[in-house]
Design a protein around this ligand. Structure first.
Ligand SMILES: Nc1ncnc2c1ncn2[C@@H]1O[C@H](COP(=O)(O)OP(=O)(O)O)[C@@H](O)[C@H]1O
Ligand SMILES: O=C(CO)[C@@H](O)[C@H](O)COP(=O)(O)O
Length: 499
């Protein structure tokens, strides 16, 4: 038997999957990560912790599974997008990474619109200037940390930095580069026009490669620290959502996934990169060659639940917390939650909005708040489903992945609110499975990602909408959508106090 490893550098932790030639996940290991939030709107992580925790997860997996490392033929990576990693002339990390859910860069986004123009930016990158993207972070460093900016030899994204430390090779893959606001999507190259207009030296932009490209093998240090054989082949990998699309079989039109990780995404396959969504959704390169995807993003999806658990229910696990919520009927006793604890992207591009509980009643218990959070996150994702449907997408079946897909209750809720069949796969680890599929094609087990998907991707359970819940949630969704416009002005005032 031989194996590949899929590494998913998520925000909550590094997840490593050991996958055999039949696509079975024979072992998985997670090593947690620390989210540094020194003040409102800030989110950072230490790139060196990513590397150490990747070594920890791989070495522990190998020792616990008792697998001979020589049987691991290949490894690839999925990673949280947009996070800015700055390397100096010795390829040393200059400062902590500013992450995808950090919203400090509103001014820099306005600078981009002033210098490039919103329409021109959309023409070149197909995306709006959002606080979580990479270019605004680079501009923030240039404005607020000029000494650090002047030390930059190159910038990378999270998984590319981990792959660099394991191989000694510097690259960025196209699916992740698409989220930097520096990639010319049509020309598939760094935009010299945007670099020039924003005074970003083009030489700090790394070499671009495809997700399925072989980048090399492991360094001696990486082999020693991970326990893997030095001859293990390393493949580029992709953005976590691009890999989730691969790992969920979203490899043709009208295939859609929902991933509830720290963020929440609704992702739909796009055959071309020349549609015009007017920036209403994200529009990025897929991890599969010559393909793209549209995507709505809820900034704090799983994060809303994990923040609530850590703050109010740290004595119990997620399973128990969610099980409690299942004792409450749909509608959470008239309690609504909006998941804007880090601001929001889709449909509301608003870094100052914050979350709300509306309708708190003296009869409500913890389980009502938990259910309201699950429903509010799902309502937020329904807003992205609605945008994609309004763009002409047929969304009749959705594949659910991410940590949120561990819960029967939450997937049923998704079916009821999205009013579609929702499929749970045998592994909810969409990004990690996608990375494993990239490695399995790379080592030659399959001729294409689609051929690999036919073997690796197995449905475990289909959830169908429950009519009475559909009707209730349909009415509640209209109430939910009113909360943003009813609270954004107050939140803007509160933001001044929060700073
Ligand atoms: N058993 C569970 N039931 C429901 N939700 C869960 C469960 N375990 C984790 N989660 C949710 O999944 C999220 C983490 O999902 P994951 O895909 O690992 O995120 P990331 O890739 O961002 O690290 C947590 O924030 C939590 O809200
Ligand atoms: O910013 C985005 C997509 O644009 C997020 O999807 C990040 O990629 C984080 O992913 P998770 O940690 O939630 O998996």
């Amino acid at each position: 038997m031989s194996y590949v490893l899929g590494v998913d550098l998520g925000t909550s932790g590094v997840k490593v999957l050991l996958v055999n030639r039949e696509g079975s996940v024979e072992y998985e290991k997670t090593a947690s990560l620390t989210l540094i939030q020194e003040k409102t709107g800030y989110a950072e992580q230490d790139p060196n912790e990513w590397v150490e925790q990747t070594y920890e997860a791989i070495s522990t997996l190998l020792s616990e599974s008792n697998i001979n490392p020589h049987l691991v033929e290949g490894i690839s990576f999925a990673g949280q997008m947009h996070g800015l990693v700055l390397l100096d002339s010795n390829n040393q990390v200059i400062r902590n990474s500013i992450l995808w859910n950090d919203t400090r860069t509103t001014e820099e986004c306005q600078d981009i619109y002033r210098s490039v123009g919103k329409d021109r930016l959309l023409d070149i990158t197909k995306n709006l200037a959002l606080e979580g993207f990479t270019l605004p972070k680079l501009l923030w460093i240039k404005k607020h940390e000029p000494n650090n900016f002047n030390k930059i030899q190159t910038f990378l994204l999270p998984k590319d930095y981990v792959r660099y430390r394991l191989t000694g090779k510097l690259h960025m893959d196209y699916s992740d580069a698409a989220g930097t606001l520096l990639l010319d999507l049509a020309k598939n190259k760094w935009s010299e026009e945007i670099c020039e207009l924003m005074e970003i030296p083009t030489e700090i932009c790394p070499e671009l490669i495809n997700s399925i490209a072989e980048v090399g093998t492991l360094t001696e240090e990486a082999s020693k620290k991970s326990g893997l054989n030095m001859a293990t082949k390393v493949f580029a990998g992709g953005a976590d959502n691009a890999c989730a699309a691969i790992g969920s079989g979203v490899l043709r039109e009208d295939k859609t996934l929902v991933s509830i990780g720290t963020s929440g995404v609704v992702l739909s396959y796009e055959e071309s990169g020349d549609k015009n969504f007017e920036g209403k959704v994200h529009y990025f390169n897929h991890g599969a060659p010559d393909a793209f995807y549209s995507m709505g993003v809820t900034l704090a999806a799983g994060h809303s639940l994990s923040w609530y658990k850590e703050t109010f229910a740290n004595d119990i696990g997620f399973d128990e917390l969610v099980q409690e919520a299942s004792t409450v009927k749909p509608g959470a006793g008239g309690l609504l939650f909006t998941p804007y604890i880090n601001g929001e992207r889709t449909p509301h591009v608003d870094a100052t909005i914050r979350g709300s509980f509306i309708g708190i009643d003296a009869s409500h218990k913890r389980q009502h708040f938990t259910r309201a959070i699950l429903e509010g996150i799902t309502f937020s994702l329904q807003e992205s489903v609605s945008i994609l449907r309004e763009s002409g997408k047929k969304i009749e079946t959705i594949i659910s992945v991410g940590g949120g897909a561990k819960s029967d209750l939450w997937i049923q809720m998704q079916a009821d609110i999205f009013q579609t069949k929702v499929i749970r796969l045998t592994s909810e680890q969409g990004p990690g499975m996608g990375a494993a599929m990239i490695a399995s094609v790379g080592v030659g087990w399959f001729n294409s990602l689609a051929d690999c998907g036919d073997v690796f991707i197995q449905e475990e359970k289909v959830y169908k909408p429950i009519e009475e819940n559909v009707e209730l949630y349909h009415d509640l969704f209209h109430l939910y959508k009113q909360v943003y416009s009813s609270t954004n002005k107050i939140n803007n005032q509160l933001h001044k106090i929060r700073m």
